[in-house]
Design a protein around this ligand. Structure first.
Ligand SMILES: Nc1ncnc2c1ncn2[C@@H]1O[C@H](COP(=O)(O)OP(=O)(O)OP(=O)(O)O)[C@@H](O)[C@H]1O
Length: 375
């Protein structure tokens, strides 16, 4: 575990970049530092690997003060990834990744094998090994940056805005990849971003910093969304907080109905046997074809929209499907895309209320505008 204990950083010109910050960063999970520009995120990260020395306070790594450890040993236990990857332009991709193993005295062959293994791990085609960084896309370069940081298998990974320079689609891919990689590797990751959505998606714990390098709130993302500590955090979380929080509730418990699900070749009386206003027509394999209005003799089907997978998808996804559906009903499917039932917006609304009650959150009265201004 990394423990930041009442750490302050005052730069020589008097700027207080970090002000009495205390954080317990849990092992083998992703902790995100998020906040507006200049709030001390990078300074905090760099104090962990001693690229910046604190003015006051201590940082402990597994109970040991990092100040008492030789910088080289410390940095070997911490991979470091930065924006734009920071690759060596005159070295090939394989050589970039093998940098630290080579510094540690690994033989050429072993370092090369390690580089190949890591390229596969981070989703890079082996054919890119001999290229130079400028011959790769921004997203690919960022993957190389991650592979390079992982090369000597350090227990800790420090990541400073690693995905900020790529477009939103590539960025989402890199985020998904990091989560997948973390499932496999279980590193202790400290991740800096100014993007609250990225923080909420990646963080097991999220530390929101405010200007002056002070901690505004430290909590798991769902708790942040349900109970922001003050107006600053609430404003920083931005709009749709309630909807975004639904991402943390499972759609498992949604009560599905199959009454309104009928195969295309069902006998006519089956089509009138239900009171549901719309029937979901399926093909012979049970996959959705579209909605038919009950009693209508129009053969054309309404689009069934995007289905969701109970358990795998969140309540937010289920609600989104219902909202997008022309009938207001969401279609649930299994892993094979076969319909397991349908559910109305109303039933989803009831499930949302039940989930909120179970989570015991959002019970505090809404704060007034006056307090917002004061905060
Ligand atoms: N070497 C330095 N000397 C003086 N002030 C510095 C130095 N490095 C950073 N600062 C100041 O310290 C404060 C925190 O900077 P830091 O880079 O840690 O913030 P940040 O939250 O990472 O910002 P950003 O999101 O813009 O990268 C800022 O006011 C910055 O100007």
């Amino acid at each position: 575990m990394i423990r930041i204990d009442s750490v302050t950083k005052r730069y020589p010109d008097g700027t207080v970049a970090v002000d009495r910050l205390s954080l317990e960063i849990p092992d083998r999970s992703i902790t995100v530092l998020v906040g507006p520009s200049g709030c001390g995120k990078t300074t905090t990260l760099r104090m962990i690997n001693r690229m910046v020395e604190p003015t006051e306070g201590t940082i402990l790594l597994d109970g040991e003060d990092v100040q008492h450890q030789p910088v080289t040993t410390l940095r070997r236990s911490m991979g470091y990834v930065i924006q734009n990857a920071g690759l060596f332009q005159h070295r090939t991709i394989a050589d970039n990744i093998a940098t630290v193993p080579r510094m540690l005295g690994w033989g050429k062959q072993r370092a090369r094998e390690r580089a190949a293994e890591l390229m596969e791990r981070v989703g890079l085609d082996a054919s890119l090994a001999g290229r130079y960084p400028y011959q790769l896309s921004g997203g690919q370069q960022q993957r190389v940056g991650v592979a390079r940081a992982l090369a000597a298998d350090p227990p800790v990974l420090l990541m400073d805005e690693p995905f900020s320079a790529v477009d939103p689609v590539v960025r989402k891919g890199l985020q998904d990849e990091l989560l997948r990689l973390q499932d496999e590797l279980g590193k202790t990751i400290v991740f800096v971003t100014h993007d609250i959505d990225e923080a909420i998606k990646l963080g097991t714990m999220v530390a929101v910093l405010r200007e002056g390098g002070r901690l505004a709130q430290y909590a798991p993302p769902a708790a942040l969304l349900s109970n922001p500590a003050d107006a600053f955090v609430e404003d920083f979380l931005g709009a749709d907080r309630g909807i975004r929080r639904l991402s943390f509730f499972t759609s498992d418990a949604l009560e599905l109905t199959t009454d309104a699900v009928v195969p295309a070749d069902a006998p006519a009386e089956r089509l009138t046997a239900t009171k549901a206003p719309y029937l979901l027509v399926t093909d012979a394999d049970g996959r959705p074809l579209g909605w038919r209005e009950r009693g209508s003799d129009d053969d054309r089907l309404l689009s069934y929209g995007r289905p969701f997978r109970p358990g795998t998808d969140s309540l937010r996804a289920a609600l989104d499907c219902a909202v997008l559906s022309p009938t207001g009903w969401a279609v649930a499917v299994d892993a094979d895309g076969k319909v397991t039932g349908v559910v109305s917006q109303q039933t989803i609304g009831e499930a949302i209320r039940a989930a909120h009650t179970a989570a015991g959150a959002d019970t505090a009265p809404a704060r007034g505008e006056d307090e917002k201004v004061a905060g």
